[in-house]
Design a protein around this ligand. Structure first.
Ligand code: XMP
Length: 513
């Protein structure tokens, strides 16, 4: 079945991905494209509705993003948000004024009153808080428009030309601070555009499986499986689509968390694909012998990974397709869905160029991370893998400070497993975005029983973050920390002291290395 599509035209706003998320949360498929997309292409997409995003500029600047005014003649409903609304007004002959002319710039929480007779605000409370963020404002409406929302300062908080199905909001309905924003978007999508909400992950999976089969035919595909969410879901999808025509190579470098290699194998070994697990732990450890410097460790692991992968891929012979787990945020960041900018090596940390394939298949290319998880669940992927927290490619190697030895790996695996178990027991596992143990290279004196110990200090780290670029340390309750500490010193040999990392990023990073 073909699903309805909403087009989000990106005018350079900071919330474009958020708008797309909200539309998808309403079970409606959408794509983000640049405002430069030619009108003919838009016509061909046959969108059910169009949303203009905000943008940083004033419409009167020569350099500000503008598009062909024909967009207003397509007969497709449009919602303009902030700059998008201003561009609509400007494009249809109204006037925008600079805030410093009339001092009506608004930023942040603003009380507004809504005309609930408008389809955009149907069924909503007449008064609520919205999130404004604009310098310029609408001064004169184009013909056929009227105000449907106002604040104390702003007579045109939202506008409509109901006959032409054109709507604009000066505020941002997509952000959580706008109290009824989600419902406003829903009203636009369902009441104005006539969407039916036909975007579900089961539906997506079926369509993707059909498309992959049509594309691959009787060819062969290759996938580097890391055990992370994206490559695992891609693997499950491909397994359903082409079964034994897919080979996935899982390079186990021996630096995974406790039992993780076996869990990945259990999830895929019987899935109908050619599953190759390469137990390369000893190879990696011998290369890492005596190496303490973190960048050197990373380099060695990266190079060895490629070497192992290469050796295995050569055994398979020629493959036609390379499968990658690229997801939608990567696509948007690399140029609003511009197919020419494929980050072919994005998720596998630089695969060898020699792999002689015809094409790349990116089956998750249009999905956000949480949609990837829902898809994983719909495909029956083990929940442990679906909810796996991010794990660095070089694995525990960068969580062991100083030289790596098999003994240290075992200590860290055991300690980390206790930490993870207790966090899950306290039901904090989906709340804390990333948490793990680090084996420092510091040893200190302790006392156990009546004896002196001279053992390692273990550090625990837990962070809350949305993008992993900045992070705050998690406020894990003391009683949970206490249980973790007691269990680790009792159950894991060679650790006699435990500390909790209370630094944010910046100035620290999330990983210790
Ligand atoms: P830092 O330590 O830089 O980590 O604050 C930010 C996030 O990136 C993860 N990380 C990696 N992920 N390959 C990965 O796939 C890597 O080499 C790598 N190094 C760090 C880290 O776990 C955190 O989530």
């Amino acid at each position: 079945m073909k699903h309805q599509k909403v087009l989000i035209l990106d005018f350079g706003g900071q919330y474009n991905q958020l708008i797309a998320r909200r539309v998808r949360e309403h079970k409606i498929y959408c794509e983000v494209k640049s405002y430069k997309t030619p009108i003919d292409e838009i016509r061909q997409m046959n969108p059910q509705g169009i949303i203009f995003t905000g943008g940083p500029n004033s419409v009167y600047l020569d350099s500000s993003p503008k598009m062909d005014k024909e967009i207003f003649e397509l007969g497709v409903p449009i919602l303009g948000i902030c700059y998008g609304a201003q561009f609509m007004v400007y494009g249809l002959g109204g006037k925008i004024e600079k805030a410093n002319d009339t001092a009506v710039a608004e930023f942040g929480r603003t009380d507004c009153q809504f005309d609930t007779k408008s389809l955009l605000f149907k069924g909503l409370k007449k008064k609520s808080v919205v999130w404004m963020s604009h310098n310029d404002h609408i001064a004169t409406l184009p013909e056929g428009f009227k105000a449907i929302c106002h604040s104390d300062k702003c007579p045109y908080g939202a506008i409509e030309n109901a006959q032409k199905k054109l709507y604009g909001t000066q505020f941002h309905p997509e952000v959580n601070h706008t109290e009824q924003g989600f419902d406003m978007l829903g009203n636009f999508l369902y009441n104005v555009c006539g969407c039916v909400g036909d975007w579900t992950m089961e539906e997506y999976a079926q369509t993707a499986i059909r498309d992959i089969r049509a594309k691959v035919g009787s060819g062969k595909a290759l996938l580097a499986l890391s055990g992370g969410v994206d490559s695992s879901v891609a693997c499950k999808l491909l397994a359903k689509a082409i079964g034994s025509q897919l080979t996935c190579i899982f390079v186990d470098h021996g630096l995974m968390r406790k039992n993780e290699g076996d869990e990945v194998e259990a999830a895929f070994a019987d899935s109908g694909v050619n599953f190759v697990r390469v137990n390369a732990g000893e190879r990696f450890i011998s290369k890492l012998k005596g190496v303490a410097e973190p960048e050197a460790k990373r380099k060695i692991i990266g190079e060895e990974f490629i070497r192992v992968f290469e050796e295995e891929a050569k055994k398979i012979g020629k493959v036609d397709y390379l499968v990658q787990g690229t997801i939608y945020p990567d696509v948007i960041e690399s140029g609003a869905g511009d197919a020419a900018v494929i980050k072919s090596h994005h998720n596998v940390g630089g695969l060898p160029d020699y792999v002689d394939f015809k094409e790349i298949i990116e089956p998750l290319r249009m999905l956000f991370k949480d949609e990837v998880r829902v898809l994983g669940l719909a495909l029956g992927l083990d929940e442990k893998l679906v909810w796996r927290q991010p794990f660095p490619g070089p694995g525990l190697a960068i969580r062991i400070i100083g030289e790596i030895t098999p003994e240290k790996i075992a200590i860290l695996q055991d300690a980390d497993a206790v930490f993870r178990e207790e966090i899950a027991k306290a039901r904090l596992d989906r709340e804390i975005n990333q948490y793990f143990a680090v084996l420092t290279n510091m040893r200190s004196v302790g006392v156990m029983g009546d004896g002196r110990t001279y053992d390692y200090t273990l550090a625990l780290r837990g962070v809350s973050t949305t993008d992993f670029m900045t992070a705050d340390f998690s406020r894990i309750p003391y009683d949970v920390l206490e249980t973790v500490s007691r269990r680790i010193v009792n159950e894991v040999k060679h650790i006699n002291r435990i500390v909790y990392d209370i630094t944010s990023k910046p100035p620290a990073t999330i990983e210790w290395e």
